[in-house]
Ligand binder design. Structure first.
Ligand SMILES: Cc1cn([C@H]2C[C@H](O)[C@@H](COP(=O)(O)OP(=O)(O)OP(=O)(O)O)O2)c(=O)[nH]c1=O
Length: 208
């Protein structure tokens, strides 16, 4: 399937600057053609910014790391849009990224169980050859069921938490941990599709 464009302009090539299989799968659900160039960006953060600003900065950093490899291929007739994304979990002002190990995952899930937290996903679209960077973010509020230490251990034993912000995956076994969500589900999985489609539309890429 081809990228759809509103006008007579040549269609921009889409590049997803992410190694996350979830993000690829979600972008595929929009029926768009794209290539994947995983970003090697440093994901360290300064905690003294609001969470929305943090995820936008990280999404932009991810997009920026793949831009140099693509810059030479882009010109007015061959536009390229690079998509970067980043997801964090925030509970009581504390930022939870991906757990370093199983103990860290257990600590995160202990913090999250029985209460409400926010999931923030930032998006960045880098447009080439223009060299512009547009960022935005989306927030979804998730309430987790109370969990016993045994339930947490059993969930961690599935292996699912290890590469997920906040040490759970709402799209997997982690669905059983969640009592309620308020906001966009896809923000939690790591790629807010409604926000992304708006950002792509601003570059003449229409999903349908
Ligand atoms: C809370 C939650 C997070 N996640 C995932 C989304 C992200 O992939 C991951 C957070 O890590 P990120 O650093 O946002 O992304 P990543 O390292 O997986 O991929 P890349 O940097 O290459 O784009 O957590 C889920 O899949 N389900 C969930 O329910």
């Amino acid at each position: 399937m081809q990228t759809k464009s509103a006008a007579t302009h040549p269609q921009p090539a889409l590049v997803l600057a992410s190694g996350s299989p979830r993000r690829s799968e979600l972008l595929r659900t929009l029926g768009l053609t794209f290539t994947v160039v995983p970003s090697q960006a440093d994901e360290s953060i300064s905690h003294n910014q609001p969470p929305g600003a943090i995820v936008e900065a990280l999404a932009e950093r991810k997009a920026r790391t793949v831009v140099p490899a693509l810059q030479d291929q882009a010109d007015a007739a061959n536009r390229v849009l690079v998509i970067g994304a980043d997801t964090i979990v925030v509970v009581d002002g504390e930022i939870l990224g991906k757990p370093a190990d199983r103990d860290h995952a257990a600590h995160m899930l202990q913090r999250l169980q029985g209460r409400t937290h926010d999931v923030y996903t930032g998006l960045c679209i880098a447009a080439l050859p223009a060299g512009t960077f547009q960022t935005a973010h989306s927030r979804t509020t998730v309430t987790m069921r109370p969990l016993t230490p045994v339930q947490i251990d059993r969930y961690i034993a599935t292996g699912e938490p290890m590469d997920k912000a906040g040490a759970y995956a709402i799209q997997g076994f982690g669905a059983t941990l969640v009592r309620q969500i308020e906001g966009d589900y896809f923000t939690v999985v790591g790629l807010p599709l409604a926000l992304l489609s708006d950002m792509l539309a601003a570059h003449d890429v229409l999903v349908y």
